[in-house]
Ligand binder design. Sequence first.
Ligand code: HEM
Length: 119
Amino acid sequence: MDPGIYKIIHFVGLIVFFTGIGSLLALDPKRPAALRRPAMIHGVGLLLLLVSGFGLQAKLKLGFPGWFTAKLAILIVLGAMIAVIKRKLIPTPIVYLLVIVLGSAAADLGFSNSMILRP
Ligand code: HEM
């Protein structure tokens, strides 16, 4: 498959993933039934991001550079946010900030190491 297709899937995954996180944050964690759909959206986004990320890695023959591992680590933390949000482990404004900072860091790592933009 063309790496451009993986890139589109990567961006669609980002939209789906952050829609899920945003919806989870806006809902009352004391009503678990209401969280079911946003949790599913969060999971689908996570999967799309991972599959397209590894697809890009394989197609562009990137190996395992530090920035790639850092992005994986960021995704693991963002994935774990579902438990943080459900259990209210961290105050919501801090979670908003954390998710935005981590998401932006991952985007910066993607852009500044892009083989597609700077072959
Ligand atoms: C919140 C998480 C993530 C964000 C915000 C993000 C963002 C981005 C962005 C903006 C690009 C565009 C680079 C370009 O225009 O060429 C990109 C590319 C890429 N991302 Fe992600 N990404 C995330 C997670 C991941 C994960 C988990 C992986 C690995 C499994 C990954 C692997 C890649 C790869 C391999 C590229 C291609 C780099 C290249 O063009 O050479 N990303 N990402």
